[in-house]
Each structure stands twice: as C-alpha cells, then as structure tokens.
Design a protein around this ligand. Structure first.
Ligand code: ATP
Ligand code: MG
Length: 744
C-alpha cells in the first residue's frame, strides 16, 4: 500500500497526530473523533515510513477484543501480517512478561492465575486460619482492601501499621494471603500488574532490555488507567520520551475501580516535551446525537473542555419513550428492533445499553419470547449469574432433596465450615450407597464425621428443613424472598464491597421481582397480542399442570439459562452495560432505564464526584450511537423486588429539548384511551365447569387488571380461560394459577 493511503482517510489534525515526529504525544479528544483510528494509523505509519520494526512496538488497549481488532486493522492497512508487535490489555501484557521472566519476578515457573472467585476462596481460608470471625471481618471486604492496595502499588511492608483496627486486621490478612499465594504459586489479577511493575524496579538489566526493545509505546483509553498501570508505563517509557496516549477525560468511567483521571495531567508533567493534539470532528454520530452528547456533558464542571462537531446530517431526532412499566419498555424496544430488521438492517447493528446488570432480565425474557437472537457482551445472562444460581439451588433443594447439583452448589455457600474434603466424603458415600448427597449427608451428620464438621453439616440440613417449613404457606415471591434472606445469601453479598456486591444484591432483588411477575401462562400468551406469532390454541393443553408453581419457575429459569448465547457468528441484538460499551459503536442504540435512582444510580446521588462519573457514563452511552438513539424509561418499575415510581433521569432533561421527540408505541401495549370493557358476544350463562366463572363475567387479574372472560377450554385443574383485558388485550390463562377475582 502506498504511503499516502495511510493518511488519505484522515483529517488534518488526525494526520498531524499520525505522521508527527517521533516523541511523546497526548491525543485528547471527544468520543468518535478517531482516537483509536489515530493509534492504528500511527502504528502503520511508523512501520511503513519511519522504518520502525513491529518488534519494537507495544500497544495497550482496553479489552482483548479491541487488541485483536487493532492488529487486524493494522495488517489490512499495511496489507501484510505483522509479527513481533505486542498488543494487549495491561493485564495480558503483564501476564506475558511474568510467564517469560518468572524467575526474575520471583514466581514459580507454572504459577496459576486466580480469578475473582478463587481469590475470595483463598482469602476466606486464610482468614479462617487467622481465626477471624467472618461476621465481623467479611472476606469480601478484605479482598477489596488487598486489591486496592495493590492497585496503588503497595505491599504490606509499604503500609503503615498504625493503631487503626481496620487497617491492622486487614494488613494481617494481606500478609497471610501473600504468603499463601507465594507458597502455592498463585497470582491474582491485581498482582499481575504489581509484579510487572516490580519486575522493572528489581531487574535493571531486564528493564534496560525492554526499554531498548519497546522504543514505541501507545495507549488507548488512557483516561481509565490506574496508578500501578501508569507507574509501569512511566518506568518503561523512561527518558526515551516516545509514548503516545489517547484518551478523553469525559469518558473516564472507572474511578470507582481505581482509575485516575489525573493521569492525564501527570502525563503532561512527566513528559514535558509531549505534544498535545486535539481532535474535534466527530465521524461517528449524526448531528443531533452529537448535540445531545455535548449538551449533556457541559453540565460537568472541571472538564478539560472540548467541543465536537460533525459535517454530517443532523439525522433523526432522539426518541424518548415512556413505558408504563419495565415490561412495556422492553416490548417497545423489541418492537423497534423488529422494525429495524424489517427495514433490512442487521440485528448486530443494534445495541441495548443499561446501567445495571439486573436490568437485563426483563429485556432477555422479552427477547426470548419474541425469538430474537441476542448476545450479552461482557457478562452473563441473568439466570446464569452466580448469585442467581445460588438462590435457585436453595429452591431446588426445597423442591426435592435429591437435587445433587444444587446440594453441592450451596452446601457451603455462604461459607459454613464445610470444606471440600467433607463434600468429597459425602459424595463418595452417596455414590457407594447409591443415594442422594442429601441422604448421605444426613447419615454422616448422625455419625462418621468429626464433631465440628458434623455440626456444620447438621446445621445445613436443618436450615433447608426450616426453610421448607417457613415457605410452606408462602406464595412464590415471598418464598424467593425468604430464601434469599434466610439462606444467608443476602448477608453474604452485602459484605462484598463496591459495585460488584451491589450488582449481586440488585440481581437477587430482581429475582424476587421475576417471581412476582412470573406467570406460567406467560410462557404461552405473552406474545399473543403483541406479535401474533403463535396463538394460545396452538400450544395450549400440552402443559403438565401437576407441576407446582415453584417447579415451573425453576424450569423457566433453567430453560432461560440453558438457551445459551447465540454463537459468535450469528446475527444478534447486542446487550451490555454502558461500561462494557466503551470504545464501541452501533448504528442503532437504546439507553434503557433512564430513571432517577437507576441512572444516575442512587448510590451516586449524594456525591458530586460520583454523579459526574455517572454523567460521563451517560455521555459514553449516547456517543455509542451512529444513526439512531432511543432513550427509554418506565413510569413504574418492579426493581429490587418492589414497585418504584421514578422520575425520568435528569440526564434526559439535560439534553436540549428541541433534540428530543417523544414517541408512542404502535402495539396494543399502550394504555387505551377508553376504559370501557369489550364484552364479547358469547352467551353469558355458560359456566366454565367447576370454576365458578361464567363466560362474559367481569374479572380482575393481579397483573393484567380488569377483563372479561370470553372463552374457555379444558376442565378442572386443566381449565384455561381466555380473558379480554382492558389494558392488555386477550390472554389465555390457567385458572388454577391465575387467581382471577370475579366482579359482579
Ligand atoms: P471513542 O472515544 O468512542 O473511543 P474514538 O475517538 O476512538 O471514539 P474511533 O472509534 O477511532 O473514535 O472513530 C469513530 C468512527 O469514526 C469510526 O467508525 C472511524 O472509522 C470513523 N472515523 C474516524 N476518523 C475518520 C475519518 N477521518 N474519516 C472517516 N471516518 C473516520
Ligand atoms: Mg476509541
């Protein structure tokens, strides 16, 4: 490829950044202005015209996926494969270095990586040995302490052991944990970065080798680097002064995880000769989307300040939809996606973004029902999340004690002193006697275990039996709530500090909501009125009604979890949190759940700093959209287990009003203007056998509201009635579950 071609598709400022002289540079620019593109082209340019060897280039991206994309782009720009160049995330690069130099790093040759769950387990074990009471000293808090210290580059020996009991105790855990890792040859995520930094500090010749090798450093999404990452870069860059970083202070969204927006300032201090380049033309979004983003972000104070413009069309207005609840919101989004597809577009060009993971459940269920393929990017589907599976496992055990998988999952979750060895023994006994683990555990609780373990096992069995007693009379949502509370899961996750623990609690609360809105008949009728794809008559009658409601709920959960992600090549609607959407772009974007308390998240409302971070997150969300942007909210939302009535997000009103168009749903799901009941022409005195209901009778359903019985089939427990609801249209319901209230 000719030299000019690399610069051809760039504007002047971009060209300046790409083809500028060797030396350090900071590209500070808003969303969609081509920062990532500049990095890619800069690398291609250096290789092609400056004769820089790929071998001497190190590029840092934010995700592994972005790294793969960057490599691919460079290869296609140069029309040749490139070898020897290092592109990856900070973690993957650190990992690679430590594998190569395990000896210099003081590691065992085949050290193991601990993921977050492994780390938690190990910290727990350590705290056990230290005889720390988990109630007073939650392990999750200790993990948080350890990781935060590591992110700041601090080992136990660097931390002042003052008289503060909190610090004293956690330091003790940190020390013991460090020893355990050392002995077992284990390395957690934060340790990767810390070790990689120490690798530089403790091995001057090795450092010199890499300084000589990596003469060119480049970093994307620089605004989200933390202290230790920056320190590592700083040392590697040394006084060679040839590091290019690109970032946007307005998109710094990981402050809660230790990212330091101040690194931008630090960079210009540490590299005083660096050039600062600003890009102001946006190539991603329509004029209206861009104006919305600009309007929003100017509400933040203390910005480095930049304006984006585009010479493209204004495009459509931003659509604002008020769902009357979260189900209606989801339906509306799906309606739009279907229209998008009918208009000849691909599903994968549409993305639904949300603030909290828990929001995905309602969206997922609606997508499944309408049979639209979807993929959750950077996370698990709702019913696959660990905390949800844990709670479900308790319920499975309530339903039938022989559920071994459930038993294994929760016998020691939350921790109750039943170690892996004990579980193994239970498993063995069960196998040899050909009984369930529950039975085997019951036998062992009577005899055959040392006292302390025996008590722990007996207590677990007691807990399950007690739970069963307490939930016997409860309806499904109450049952779920009791299980979440009394299993200890809620308290267990309450101890996990930060966003992660919060997200797990939200998911558990969302499970209660799922139970509250669960209606086995929904499996058949949900689509009926909205999409008309499959009528109740076609599928009705095959449902085995002998199942309890709990069993049906568990089946529902299992099916949804088992559905699996669409395969990577399938054309899927993209679902993700706004955090995961950083750096990406989609022609059609929905920001769902634009409500005060949800977004901005209620945890951020008190602190101006965190509120600004929420606004930056919203800015990230808005600027993912290329052509069409929808903001949706629900007037009432079942969230965290109860109904909330939230005002629309302040972020909506911070977008200039002339850019926004309020829209209404085209489907039957909007509130009809008239509240008159459609009475069918069917004769009024036909009784639905053994139910006390008559055709033509007015009824009230807890969820769907008022309606009229217009048809029926089956009898007794199997009987189903068709009801015309005022607000919801026609639905087939099983009388045994629907709890219809007659009104005269
Ligand atoms: P973000 O802040 O969201 O990471 P960014 O600044 O990294 O955004 P890019 O992703 O590099 O922006 O570019 C945004 C879009 O604009 C991409 O589709 C890119 O290909 C396109 N683009 C950038 N510069 C140009 C240009 N000069 N001509 C045509 N298209 C461009
Ligand atoms: Mg980018």
């Amino acid at each position: 490829m000719a030299v000019s071609n690399i610069l051809e598709s760039l504007n002047e400022a971009q060209r300046d950044a790409v083809a500028g002289p060797m030396g350090s540079a900071l590209v500070l620019a808003g969303a969609g202005s081509g920062k990532t593109r500049v990095l890619t082209h800069r690398i291609a340019w250096l290789i092609q015209t400056e004769g820089v060897s790929p071998y001497s280039i190190l590029a840092v991206t934010f995700t592994n996926k972005a790294a793969a994309e960057m490599r691919g782009r460079i290869e296609s720009l140069l029309a040749m494969p490139i070898r020897g160049m290092w592109v990856g995330t900070f973690h993957s690069i650190a990992h690679r270095l430590l594998r190569m130099h395990w000896q210099e790093a003081g590691l065992q040759q085949n050290f193991q990586i601990l993921d977050a769950d492994d780390q938690l387990r190990l910290v727990k074990r350590v705290m056990n040995i230290l005889n720390l009471d988990e109630k007073k000293w939650p392990a999750r808090q200790a993990v948080w302490f350890i990781n935060s210290q590591k992110d700041e580059g601090l080992r136990p020996k660097n931390i002042e052991d003052n008289s503060d009991l909190y610090i004293k105790t956690h330091l003790q855990v940190y020390r013991a944990y460090e020893e355990a890792c050392e002995r077992g040859g284990m390395v957690d995520f934060a340790e990767l970065l810390l070790r990689a930094h120490e690798l530089w500090l403790n091995n001057s010749s090795l450092l010199q080798h890499y300084k000589d090798r990596f003469s060119t450093l480049l970093v994307d999404e620089f605004q989200d680097t933390n202290t230790i990452q920056y320190a590592w870069l700083r040392v590697l860059a040394g006084d060679r002064d040839n590091i290019t970083v690109v970032g946007d202070d307005d998109q710094s969204i990981y402050g809660w995880r230790g990212a330091k927006i101040e690194n931008i300032q630090r960079f210009t201090n540490d590299f005083p000769n660096s050039r600062t380049i600003r890009l102001e033309q946006n190539y991603r979004s329509t004029g209206n989307i861009l104006k919305a983003a600009n309007g929003l972000i100017t509400q933040n104070v203390g910005r480095l300040g930049k304006q984006l413009w585009t010479d493209g069309n204004d495009g459509d207005l931003i659509k604002l939809y008020a769902g009357y609840n979260e189900i209606d919101e989801a339906r509306y989004i799906i309606e739009c996606v279907k229209q998008w597809s009918r208009d000849g577009n691909r599903f994968c060009d549409s993305a639904v973004l949300y603030r909290s993971n828990a929001q995905s459940r309602v969206l997922e269920e609606a997508l499944l029902r309408s049979r639209l393929p979807y993929r959750i990017y950077g996370g698990h589907r709702f019913f696959e999340r660990a905390e949800i599976r844990n709670a479900l496992a308790y319920m499975r055990l309530l339903e039938g004690r022989d559920a071994d998988a459930a038993f294994e999952r929760i016998v020691n979750t939350p921790t109750r002193g039943i170690g892996d060895r004990t579980v193994e023994e239970i498993r063995k006994l069960a196998r040899s006697k050909n009984v369930s683990m529950w039975r085997a555990a019951s036998d062992m609780a009577r005899a055959g275990l040392p006292g302390r373990t025996r008590n722990a096992v007996a207590n677990f069995l007691k807990l399950i039996n007690l739970l069963e007693e307490e939930t016997r009379e409860a309806d499904l949502p109450d049952l779920v709530e009791i299980v979440v509370e009394q299993s200890g899961l809620k308290a267990y996750y309450e101890k996990e500090r930060g966003e992660r623990g919060q997200a797990r609690l939200e998911n558990l609360a969302e499970l209660v909501t799922a139970a509250r809105t669960f209606d086995p008949d929904d499996e058949f009728v949900f689509d009926d009125d909205a999409f008309g794809e499959q009528s109740a008559e076609q599928v009705g009658g095959s449902e085995p009604v002998e199942l309890s409601l709990l069993e049906q709920f568990l089946n529902h959960a299992a099916l949804e979890a088992g559905e699996g992600q669409g395969d990577p090549n399938q054309d899927c609607v993209q679902l993700m949190t706004m955090h995961s959407a950083k750096g990406l772009e989609f022609p059609l974007v929905f920001l769902a759940g634009m409500e005060e308390g949800l977004f901005p998240h209620r945890m951020s409302l008190e602190e101006p700093g965190r509120l600004e971070e929420e606004r930056r997150l919203c800015y990230v969300g808005v600027t993912r959209a290329m052509k069409q942007l929808y903001l949706t909210y629900a007037e009432t939302r079942r969230m965290h287990g109860s109904d909330t009535y939230n005002r629309p997000s302040r972020f909506v009103s911070e977008i200039p009003v002339e850019l926004i168009q309020e829209v209404r749903s085209q489907s039957l799901t909007v509130r009809p203007a008239s509240r008159s009941i459609r009475v069918s022409s069917i004769g009024k005195d036909v009784e639905v056998e053994g139910t006390g209901l008559r055709l033509g009778q007015n009824v009230i359903h807890a969820k769907f509201g008022e309606g009229v019985v217009v048809n029926y089939e089956g009898e007794g427990k199997q009987a189903r009635v068709q009801v015309n609801f005022v607000n919801e249209g026609s639905k087939w319901l099983m009388i045994a579950y629907a709890k219809l209230e007659s009104v005269s």
